[in-house]
Design a protein around this ligand. Structure first.
Ligand SMILES: *[C@@H]1O[C@H](CO)[C@@H](O)[C@H](O)[C@H]1NC(C)=O
Ligand SMILES: *[C@@H]1O[C@H](CO)[C@@H](O)[C@H](O)[C@H]1NC(C)=O
Length: 471
């Protein structure tokens, strides 16, 4: 009887939950008032009554816990409509919320010193907010009755946002970078303690895999036909698959979320830098040639254009300052690198079960589980490294870099394991850009590559093969 009464009693929290969601929608990182609704939700989710977390039960029973998509813009929909969407939307990026840039990065007096102070305090806000978001999701996962609903919501965030990986995405159809990075941070925390031995590397081929991995997604070595026939063969005998466990699901959710958060964010950062350079060049040219046009009939038109370019440039520079805070956050980038090093371990184990005692050449018979992996599992590591080398090279001073080095050496020396020659070229590019002649701050990384036990015999011939293959 007491259980019935208590369930009923906890209904009084429903208007409070709605109130918190409305409150957080009004919040921004331009002040610390975001703390109240977030911390309140986190604390409510922690309340335990016997074995259950009643507020977790309530939150996941709301009709808008995880709404079904209504339009092609399902990524943006889940952000706008789902109960947790508003909480996860807090962002420093200018394209998500202009208030942060307006408050901290506009006006004439932006010095290096106050930029550093502002960055630190904004990054501290981000950590606080994400810590609370972690508490919320973690409690919903801990609570037996709501674990499935939490996992379904997390998978929906990934599945509804697959378009974020595409080069030409309409941003209005997908969730914002801010939401995706907050979600990534939470997943990284959840994955931190996972033991790799407990991760089933076959999960994405599992009939009950929660992630939608399209057959059209390019694979490392398998063609679509090979993939289809292999999957059919595997699915003939469902007894081969055991029930997916939490560490496995969490690991792959985290891996796919990296693909849809940090990498699109890095691409946007690079695109913006390019736009700033080009616009600045136009402004400089217009200014320098002012003597030629100021008395001409086109003068007013030129002046108008100069004004517009300057305004746009200011906006972009402000957006860059915000992205420096949100993306060039060393703790975040380090955690990404650490997670990628576990992905690398998983992949290296697939290609040589003797890992870490890998021998080259690898088995000429390519394991099918490896061949059928999405190409982006390897490509993302290379792309992430290329970004970090250029914009935050100090992140490469991490113990886990040893695995990254092994990974590069093994695949540069095993070019037949990868179907796409451009992917090999990307791996070689990492080797090239970390050369101290190109980037002095990665000297140690470069030395680790050169001195790697497998490099000594295999790397130079492999590079020769790569370069002659290109001729
Ligand atoms: C624009 O270019 C000028 C001259 O090269 C440089 O001094 C200035 O810092 C640049 N501004 C921006 C916003 O990149
Ligand atoms: C790798 O080699 C070391 C030393 O040679 C040995 O102790 C270890 O068991 C080997 N590991 C595997 C997985 O074969």
């Amino acid at each position: 009887m007491s259980t019935n009464v208590s369930k009923h009693v906890f209904q009084i929290f429903i208007p409070i939950l709605h109130g918190l969601a409305l409150a957080v929608k009004e919040c921004s990182f331009d002040s610390d008032n975001f703390k109240f609704p977030l911390t309140a939700l986190a604390e409510l989710c922690e309340i335990k009554f016997g074995k259950t977390h009643p507020v977790c039960n309530l939150a996941t029973s709301l009709p808008l816990w995880c709404p079904k998509p209504l339009s092609p813009g399902c990524g943006r929909e889940i952000q706008r409509l789902s109960y947790l969407g508003a909480f996860f939307s807090l962002s420093v990026f200018a394209e998500d919320d202009t208030k942060v840039g307006d408050k901290y990065f506009s006006g004439p007096a932006i010095t290096m010193e106050n930029t550093r102070v502002v960055s630190q305090s904004l990054q501290h806000y981000l950590e606080l907010a994400r810590g609370d978001l972690f508490k919320v999701l973690h409690n919903i996962l801990l609570n037996g009755e709501t674990r499935e609903l939490a996992l379904n919501y997390m998978a929906a965030l990934v599945n509804y946002n697959v378009k974020k990986a595409q080069m030409q995405t309409d941003d209005k159809l997908v969730s914002t970078d801010g939401l995706m990075l907050n979600f990534l941070w939470v997943l990284q925390q959840l994955s931190m303690k996972i033991k790799l031995e407990t991760v089933d590397p076959y999960y994405i081929f599992h009939p009950r895999c929660r992630l939608v991995v399209s057959l059209e997604e390019t694979r490392l070595k398998a063609t679509m036909e090979e993939l289809k026939s292999w999957m059919n063969e595997m699915h003939e005998d469902p007894s081969k698959f055991s029930e997916p466990k939490f560490p496995t699901e969490c690991f792959f959710l985290t891996l796919h979320t990296h693909h849809l958060s940090i990498l699109p964010c890095c691409r946007r950062y690079i695109r913006r830098l390019r736009a700033i350079r080009e616009l600045n060049r136009t402004v400089e040219e217009l200014k320098n040639s002012e003597g030629q046009w100021k008395d001409s009939p086109l003068a007013s038109r030129h002046r108008e254009m100069l004004k517009r370019c300057k305004t746009q440039l200011k906006k972009l520079v402000r957006a860059k300052a915000c992205a420096d805070v949100g993306l060039l956050d060393e703790n975040l980038l380090r955690r990404c690198l650490q997670f990628y090093s576990t992905v690398i371990k998983l992949i290296l184990r697939m290609v040589d079960p003797a890992y870490p005692n890998i021998t080259l050449p690898l088995n000429p018979e390519i394991p099918r589980s490896f061949a059928a992996l999405p190409e982006f599992y390897v490509e993302d590591v290379a792309e992430f490294l290329l970004f970090v080398v250029q914009y935050s090279p100090q992140v490469l001073y991490e113990p886990c870099v040893q695995d990254v080095v092994t990974f590069l050496v093994v695949f540069i020396c095993s070019q037949h394991y990868i179907r796409n020659p451009y992917l090999i070229a990307k791996l070689v590019e990492v080797l090239f850009v970390t050369n101290p002649a190109v980037q002095p701050r990665t000297q140690r990384f470069s030395e680790m590559m050169e001195n790697h036990p497998l490099s000594i015999k295999h790397l130079v011939p492999a590079l020769m093969k790569f370069y002659t293959g290109m001729l």
